[in-house]
Design a protein around this ligand. Structure first.
Ligand SMILES: Cc1cc2nc3c(=O)[nH]c(=O)nc-3n(C[C@H](O)[C@H](O)[C@H](O)COP(=O)(O)OP(=O)(O)OC[C@H]3O[C@@H](n4cnc5c(N)ncnc54)[C@H](O)[C@@H]3O)c2cc1C
Length: 415
């Protein structure tokens, strides 16, 4: 049995590494464990909006190296229109996005946690939480074929969409909240140096327009990440062969991208997108859930890395306060922090997801919305959750205002 840590972080994806980093930086003894050995592949679009970049900058991650693709905005294709939208210019957020394979990115973040002082055990699988007196106080882990109990007053579950640790303690998925599924593949492409994320709003299955979007994200090294994501508000959700849909859609893309089978690198892979904080509870005595484990993916755009990084930082701050106060089991401040940060926005996101589940709404938005630049600039701010928190322009004030009143509206109309 080992008991020399202030906190254990289960899972070393972006959420786990960020949580370990922020606690280690505060001088805490942190252990991060992951069942994989890094670098390891993770199915993802590899795209980072300015929202994610801000968290990376806060962790001192060098973002100017040539291994990153730098992205200046979003190009949207749909309804016969193409519109190029640079990221909004805001003082609260950086003006650029990034892309990098998760193979590199996750290893890099884990190294940041290590450099900050976190201890890291790779190839270590957590099978259960240790619970005493109603509080989580450690985990049971297997490494090198041996079973080990590791104890700490705070455990942070960053174990991804499976959320196994939370579920093993009676946590559940909130079925009324959205889920997505996405699939991606890598291609060598002559357009890999494009500086925009390209997204396609029209995904067809026969004559049905599906709620979701396809993307082509540039990467360093002559590659692009190509994928698509769908929402569970579609009647097709449960019966789509995502990899087949991806192949059919890729074959319809402009030839200049060079997305032909000979340029494909590796096989297509898919995974779930747990959205809108669709897991509960997100905290219990001694335990907090962050990132995908908490279902924190943004329902508007399927972005999860920014929210894994942010929820991890919040969990680390709450853990630090609780440890300092000598009451590490008392983590009720964490759900409160999540509520303050996301409740209104995610209520709007859930309403949006329900709306675009209707093919006619999706068609109308694509046909009438896309040609209107001002409207699309507004849409980019809301989809990417990028507004000036204070003293912004009219669109910032409108979005922030909507987020503020959404919880009250939700109570009235049950959105
Ligand atoms: C196809 C696809 C495309 C996507 N594209 C984007 C995108 O472009 N941009 C974006 O922001 N988001 C994207 N997402 C979402 C994003 O991948 C996730 O939101 C993000 O990875 C969440 O990070 P996390 O740290 O919470 O979990 P994860 O990255 O899933 O990390 C969880 C870690 O926990 C470890 N683990 C799990 N169980 C155990 C255990 N029992 N013991 C030890 N270790 C364990 C795993 O090995 C893993 O390393 C996409 C998702 C999919 C499926």
């Amino acid at each position: 049995m080992t008991d020399s840590f202030d906190a254990i972080v289960v899972g070393a994806g972006p959420g786990g590494s960020a949580a370990a980093y922020h606690l280690a930086r505060r001088g805490r003894r942190v252990l991060a464990v992951d069942k994989s050995r890094f670098p390891r592949e993770k199915v993802c679009g590899d795209g980072l909006t300015p929202r994610a970049v801000r968290s990376l900058e806060a962790m001192g991650v060098p973002t100017w190296e040539p291994e990153w693709a730098r992205v200046q905005g979003l190009r949207i294709v749909g309804g016969g229109t193409v519109i190029e939208l640079p990221w909004p210019e805001l003082s609260a957020w950086p003006g650029y996005g990034l892309a990098r394979t998760r193979y590199d990115f996750d290893a890099l973040l884990l190294d940041r946690a290590r450099a900050a002082g976190a201890e890291v055990w790779e190839e270590t699988e957590v099978s259960a939480a240790i619970v005493e007196g109603g509080a989580v106080c450690g985990v049971v882990a297997s490494r090198d074929g041996a079973r080990e109990e590791v104890r700490a007053p705070v455990v942070i579950a960053a174990d991804g969409a499976s959320s196994r640790l939370g579920l093993s303690l009676g946590g559940r998925r909130l079925p009324a909240r959205p889920m997505g599924v996405a699939a991606r593949a890598y291609y060598r492409s002559p357009r890999s140096k494009d500086t925009y994320f390209e997204s396609y709003l029209e995904l067809w299955r026969g004559r049905d327009l599906l709620p979701g979007y396809g993307w082509i994200f540039p990467l360093a090294g002559g590659m692009v990440n190509v994928g698509l994501g769908l929402l569970n508000t579609s009647k097709h959700f449960g019966n789509v062969d995502y990899r087949r849909l991806l192949d059919t859609w890729v074959a319809s893309l402009p030839a200049e991208w060079g997305l032909v089978p000979e340029n494909r690198v590796g096989r297509a892979r898919g995974g779930p997108l747990p959205m809108g904080l669709n897991r509960a509870p997100v905290a219990r005595p001694g335990l907090m859930l962050v990132g995908d484990a908490a279902g924190a993916v943004n329902p508007f755009n399927g972005e999860g890395i920014a929210y894994a990084l942010e929820t991890a930082e919040m969990a680390a701050e709450v853990a630090e306060d609780a440890l300092r106060a000598g009451d590490p089991r008392e983590l009720r401040a964490y759900p409160e922090r999540l509520r303050e940060a996301y409740e209104g926005y995610y209520i709007l996101g859930r309403a949006f997801v329900r709306l675009i589940g209707h093919g006619a709404v999706m068609r109308g938005l694509t046909r009438y919305g896309l040609p209107r630049r001002r409207l699309m600039e507004f849409a980019l701010k809301i989809l990417a959750n990028l507004t000036e928190p204070r003293d912004g322009d009219a669109s910032d004030r409108l979005i922030n205002g909507l987020c503020r009143i959404a919880p009250a509206l939700n109570t009235v109309v049950g959105a």
